[in-house]
Design a binder for this molecule. Structure first.
Ligand code: M6R
Length: 452
């Protein structure tokens, strides 16, 4: 572009694209045709909405790899990456497909496929509620979403509670045949969703008796992975639009995996659309960048998947199923109990505010919970945080522990509690400051702070 005389004010790819579209308009194309010509020269992922001073009543947009939708209003139309941005104006939306472009005026919308042929895409009516997009009494959306967890979990498990059991139909009409015929599970996801998958592995192997691997989608998609077509591919994604997860799903299919299941929070998003079976979590709109209720509702969905698999593979009997259902029924109340600890957590947060680093420790299925805790702390406070399986402490990380290092321990009253207690002793011996999440009634020591 520089050779054509364009002067750059930034080093962003967005500016390159703007100049490229301008270049095509200078050849005599209108805005849409210029955009269509420009995107054919692009590689990678983009979601573009373009305006031109020459055609001020027209908007052209293009999508590849990133979410983009068109909202259909009365005498007005919209482009957005998420329904929540436009739901106050309209609920009627068209989800653009990969390679699509579209042209919008106040009165009309035209959509074109990757070969620039005009196409009719389905119009969806979004069910996102306006109330879910309002802050209410909360200080910020992350706080609101943390407090929405009892409701979000209750909604996510509602179908199982109403049915009085874990039916394969929770995952789609054909789920019984598919889930009953698989020989294992391969989970693919990113970030928080990956940690939900890591947690589920403990359940799927222990309760359903099936082998389960979990892999970060951005790693899986670029390696020569070994595929067993009898294994179910489970993708987990709050948004349903994460490019690495979508590409990992496509790659798994290309390797011969025939059965796919999406656990997702956003209906009609790309990943569930590309999957054979779907389970929608019912967390509601996620406005905060940091996943909170998305994570716990994913866990609720994955637990239901585990019990369904256990039933279909003869590992969970009726009595155990009833017991799991009863435990699930109490979950929203237990979460509310944990949320009532907020004043105590605020006191802890003040102690953390001046720290540079933190360690999170857990064992068994609480190790992925520790990973998620460390991700939340670094993402939201910019404090460096790492998580380890507590048994790994003595293999290196213990060297980092001193009075300046807060150590958060997840220590529920399970069969690993005594092991975790001895790990806490190692921290104490190095002068580390312990912050412990434990079950009510677990023996406490004078040398640590505990949330029970
Ligand atoms: O929408 P997805 O669940 O696919 O997003 C994957 C990650 O980007 C996401 O989980 C991210 O790690 C969290 N928002 C962090 O809190």
């Amino acid at each position: 572009m520089a050779a054509l005389g364009y002067v750059f004010e930034s080093q962003t790819d967005t500016e390159v694209i703007a100049h490229l579209i301008h270049h095509h308009m200078a050849q005599g194309r209108d805005l849409l045709a210029a955009l269509q010509a420009a995107v054919k020269e692009l590689t990678g992922a983009y979601a573009l909405a373009v305006l031109s001073r020459r055609e001020p009543d027209r908007l052209a947009c293009a999508r590849m790899g990133c979410p983009l939708l068109v909202g259909l209003g009365e005498g007005e139309n919209f482009v957005a990456s998420d329904v929540s941005a436009i739901v106050a104006a309209t609920r009627r939306v068209i989800f653009l497909e990969e390679g699509d472009t579209a042209e919008l005026t106040r009165g009309a919308v035209r959509v074109f496929d990757a070969d620039d042929r005009e196409v009719a895409r389905e119009v969806h009516v979004s069910g996102v509620s306006l109330a879910s997009l309002e802050l209410g009494p909360y200080r910020h959306f992350m706080q609101k979403e943390i407090h929405e967890q009892p409701r979000a979990i209750a909604d996510t498990i509602e179908a199982a509670i109403d049915a009085g059991g874990f039916e394969p139909a929770l995952f789609g009409a054909n789920a019984e045949a598919v889930l009953g015929g698989i020989a294992g599970v391969q989970i693919l996801a990113c970030g928080t969703s990956y940690y939900a998958g890591l947690t589920a592995r403990y359940w799927i192997e222990a309760i359903a008796g099936l082998p389960c691997s979990v892999e970060i989608a951005s790693e899986y998609r670029y390696r020569d992975a070994w595929a067993d077509p009898r294994h179910l591919i489970v993708t987990i994604s709050q948004s349903g639009e994460t490019l690495d997860t979508m590409e990992a799903l496509k790659y798994a299919k290309s390797l011969g995996h025939r059965h796919t299941l999406s656990i997702c929070n956003v209906p009609e998003s790309a990943i569930p659309r590309a999957s054979e079976l779907v389970c929608y979590t019912r967390a509601g709109a996620e406005i905060g960048v940091a996943s909170t209720k998305a994570f716990t509702t994913q866990l609720a969905a994955l637990f239901q998947l585990t019990v369904v698999l256990g039933k279909l593979h003869g590992k969970v009997n009726a009595e155990q199923e009833a017991d799991y259902l009863e435990q699930l029924r109490h979950l929203p109340g237990s979460i509310q109990h944990a949320l009532n600890l907020e004043p105590q957590i605020q006191v802890w947060a003040e102690r953390f505010a001046g720290k540079q680093n933190a360690l999170f420790l857990g064992r068994g299925l609480h190790y992925p919970i520790a990973l998620e805790g460390a991700l939340k702390l670094k993402e939201i406070s910019y404090i460096h945080a790492e998580a380890y399986p507590a048994g790994e402490l003595k293999h290196g990380p213990l060297a980092l522990v001193d009075a300046a290092m807060p150590v958060v321990v997840i220590a529920p009253n399970d069969r690993l509690l005594e092991k975790v207690k001895s790990n806490m002793q190692e921290v104490r011996a190095r002068g580390g400051e312990l912050f412990v999440f434990a079950d009510h009634g677990t023996a406490t020591s004078a040398n640590r702070k505990a949330c029970t």
